[in-house]
Ligand binder design. Structure first.
Ligand code: TRP
Ligand code: ZN
Length: 471
């Protein structure tokens, strides 16, 4: 008997069996639970399986006086499988209600997982909307490496939501893994006198009565959720446009204004330089959010508007702007691929220096090899502690080898292939993966294909090798 016939004969029996085991009568079984994590090598529970988000509409109200955040997240997603339940990553804050396609859904929480059980299964391929209403006082979360993310507050009513690597779950529910990028509408209501700043373009700013102002922001290009931000405070705002027409929006804590002025004035020039070096700037707007000094322990390349802990210097601004191409537009597939962010942004600093009166990248590379801090103050770090493509644990994904040895990998490629092919590679990489995700394996394959060079030794020694490279 042919297999097809056997299947046909067996089908009614199977249906009865399924109905018995699931307690269903008649209705076909469609869904199963979506996975509670995407098995990232460093953050296995980050993100969720069974769906991909297309759009987040976040409607937030924040009161700096008591630190209370009220939010509604409407998440539009496409199901990659039939779903009887699915998870969102969410930490702290009280969930007041969840609905799916306008119908109340059951939900429960364990750890940072919010499990949603829709009244009716979601069909495979269906685009469905989940609404989560929540409130509470958002908190800072502590990373494996001890740095703080999530919701950060500072004197004077300043607050910022930041998310690298997994802090975004502290201020909105979502599929918090860099591999799931989506567009965003973020609306924030704050007391009059405060500014609310987020990624993308400001669509409207209006008085909504009751002494409150509403800011509506839109990120039209896809964004990884760790790059989302909201900053609230009595910022001084300035706007402008770059020579090629990218809009500029800079928000600066008043105490940092004077120390920031000269460097922020160079943002348009840096964007133009980046466009000439890496290919067209990937977003319609650019800018900066300068928080009070020491409010957070690091700067972050939040999409279109990096966040700074006080007035930044030129290298830092250049670094965060370079991330807009490398990290933000081309995002890592997993947290193991961090050197594709940090190695590239660091090498961008070297390139900026060599084209703006500083030392050449070759000289800097040699200084790192020799540990000569007279050329670069960072040359004495332990950049050889581990291979950049393979940090030894989640607490090491932002360590020096990821930045500096990552940059040295790029310089080694440049030495092998020459400037013309090297800069073609940088531009091609940014263009080929624009708004997408890429892994280290994607990069090594692309680099060899694009330049025609055999770079195996560079990968073996610089990217994956345990020994300290000598040249
Ligand atoms: N990615 C940031 C940058 O390079 C730095 C950063 C963000 C960071 N979060 C961190 C560094 C946590 C160490 C620990 O601009
Ligand atoms: Zn960086």
């Amino acid at each position: 008997m042919e297999l097809r016939t056997l299947t046909r004969l067996a089908a009614p029996a199977l249906a009865v069996l399924l109905a018995l085991t699931t307690g269903c009568t008649g209705a076909t079984v469609q869904g199963r639970p979506g996975a509670s994590g995407l098995r990232d090598p460093y953050f296995p529970r980050a993100g969720n399986g069974g769906y991909q988000v297309e759009h987040y509409a976040l409607d937030l109200a924040y009161d700096p006086a008591d630190g209370e955040l009220r939010g509604t997240a409407v998440i539009t997603a496409r199901a990659g499988q039939g779903l009887s339940s699915f998870n969102l990553d969410f930490s702290g804050l009280k969930v007041e209600g969840v609905d799916v396609q306008g119908v109340a859904a059951r939900f429960n929480r364990t750890g940072n997982e919010l499990t949603v059980r829709p009244a009716k299964d979601v069909r495979k391929g269906e685009v469905f909307r989940t609404r989560v209403d929540y409130a509470g006082r958002p908190k800072a979360l502590v990373d494996p490496d001890g740095s703080k993310e999530g919701w950060i507050t500072a004197e004077g009513g300043f607050a910022a939501g930041v998310g690298e690597p997994v802090g975004s779950m502290g201020w909105f529910p979502g599929n918090h893994h860099p591999s799931d990028k989506a567009t965003y509408d973020v609306t924030v209501t704050v007391p009059a006198g405060y500014e609310a700043v987020s990624n993308g373009e400001l669509r409207s700013r209006r008085d909504v009565g009751g002494g409150r102002t509403e800011f509506a922001w839109r990120s039209a290009e896809p964004m990884a959720s760790y790059l989302a931000t909201v900053a609230v405070g009595k910022f001084k705002v300035s706007t402008g446009r770059t020579a090629s027409g990218v809009s500029v929006y800079q928000a600066v804590a008043p105490a940092e204004e004077e120390a920031s002025r000269a460097v922020l004035a160079r943002v348009p020039e840096m964007v133009e330089w980046g466009s000439a070096t890496f290919g067209p700037y990937p977003f319609g707007t650019v800018g900066s959010i300068v928080m009070p000094a020491r409010s957070l322990g690091y700067a972050l390349e939040t999409q279109t508007k990096p966040v700074y802990p006080g007035a930044p210097d030129e290298e830092l601004v250049l670094h965060e702007l370079a991330h807009q191409w490398f990290g933000d537009s081309v995002s890592p597939k997993s947290w193991k691929d961090m050197w594709l962010n940090e190695g590239f942004a660091t090498y961008a600093e070297w390139l900026w220096a060599e084209t703006h009166g500083g030392v050449s990248a070759q000289r800097r590379f040699e200084a790192f090899l020799a540990g000569d801090t007279s050329v670069d103050a960072h040359a004495g770090v332990d950049w050889a502690a581990f291979p950049p493509a393979s940090p030894p644990g989640a607490e090491h994904i932002s360590d020096d080898p990821v930045y500096y040895r990552g940059a040295m990998v790029l310089h080694r490629i440049r030495q092998e292939v020459g400037d013309e092919k090297f800069f073609g590679l940088l531009r091609g990489w940014a263009a080929d993966h624009r708004y997408g995700n890429a892994s280290t394996a994607d990069f090594t394959a692309y680099a060899e294909r694009r330049t025609g060079a055999d770079l195996k030794k560079v990968w073996d020694v610089w990217l994956y090798g345990d020994e300290r490279p000598k040249a």
